[in-house]
Design a protein around this ligand. Sequence first.
Ligand SMILES: NC(=O)c1ccc[n+]([C@@H]2O[C@H](COP(=O)([O-])OP(=O)(O)OC[C@H]3O[C@@H](n4cnc5c(N)ncnc54)[C@H](O)[C@@H]3O)[C@@H](O)[C@H]2O)c1
Ligand SMILES: [Zn+2]
Ligand SMILES: [Zn+2]
Length: 389
Amino acid sequence: MKALAWHGKGDIRCDTVPDPEIEDGRDAIIRVTACAICGSDLHIFDGVIPSMQSGDVIGHETMGEVVEVGADNKALKLGDRVVVPFTISCGQCFFCQRGFYSGCERSNPNAKMAEKLWGHSPAGLFGYSHLLGGFAGGQAEYLRVPFADVGPIKVPQGLSDEQVLFLSDIFPTGYMAADFCNLKGGETVAIWGCGPVGQFAIRSAFLLGAERVIAIDTVPERLALAQAAGAITLDFLKEDIYDRIQEMTAGRGADACIDAVGTEPDTRSGFDAVIDRVKVATFMGTDRPHVLRQAIHCCRNFGTVSIVGVYGGFIDKIPMGSAINRGLTFRMAQTPVQHYLPMLLTRIEKGDIDPSFVITHRASLEQGPELYKTFRDKKDGCIKVVLKP
Ligand SMILES: NC(=O)c1ccc[n+]([C@@H]2O[C@H](COP(=O)([O-])OP(=O)(O)OC[C@H]3O[C@@H](n4cnc5c(N)ncnc54)[C@H](O)[C@@H]3O)[C@@H](O)[C@H]2O)c1
Ligand SMILES: [Zn+2]
Ligand SMILES: [Zn+2]
């Protein structure tokens, strides 16, 4: 089959690789009808995710048709149309039982490696390094789905691939970011990053009752899309973000601040962003947390900082003094996708939101390597790429 494989920093190729096979009775194989490139894939593309190996098949936003089902899988049958969560979860362990699917303690075969870095291992993820299981990803013609009797969600007739594909990741992730803010109605939520995740966070914050959303980025078409959703937009290259948020909130700060940027902020974001860049380049640090620092400073006393942008390792110069003295709450996670799926599917069916609004580019798998560059460089108005194998 054809699949997108990582061969080193900035080197993604459309390779021919062996078709996946059923390895466990609960598995299923799906023929991929649509998959997407995520901002998290850019961290792989940029070479900042450790434990990738040349030839690893990547991608974790995938849907398709079931073409093979393991003997013990009673939930799926041939021909079912499903969306596959990016988190691989057994459905039965301590964490899965409590709804913390991305903390599944059974789905990462390389848990020992993750424990060394993080103390404990989270769930395995599709196409996201050997640290997170070494599972082949879904930017491919076919995908093996482990624990396929609990993960994938069946798509009701009448909904197109483009309407449901983002249930695999960015819709639940943006929704979780807003959910973490514990909104009661009437709040001001500031959101850093108007990439696909930020866009879903903006719309979800409104769905959950925010009165005002302040959306921060610098890319014109991304700011425009945020504005179309009703957000007030700020350009971090043109305005002082802290001053502007102070002005808008009677000097108090935003009720909640969402970091939807993560470890690779624009190097032009500020002085500390440049220092972080140098530190990472010289192996003096692992992450570049400029946005997290700014989100903490811009959050009001006893407000919430909700982190969905990905960080990998050890983070330097975080203003914990500010956070503890002012009573901030921190929430963060790789999204426990399965926890949010049924409810978000209902929201799509009811017409609360049509997730396809974010798509700007549609292409074949063969065009994938080129579109990784377009998406990374934010060229050609690119906000979200969908590949159709
Ligand atoms: N927690 C999860 O489960 C989960 C799931 C999906 C994605 N993510 C992460 O969410 C983040 C965003 O993903 P995406 O797909 O939207 O990626 P993206 O790269 O398309 O978007 C990031 C945006 O941040 C903007 N940005 C850069 N510096 C900034 C700054 N200083 N202030 C404000 N904005 C700035 C960029 O211009 C860009 O538009 C990534 O880190 C990704 O890994 C996390
Ligand atoms: Zn993702
Ligand atoms: Zn589990």
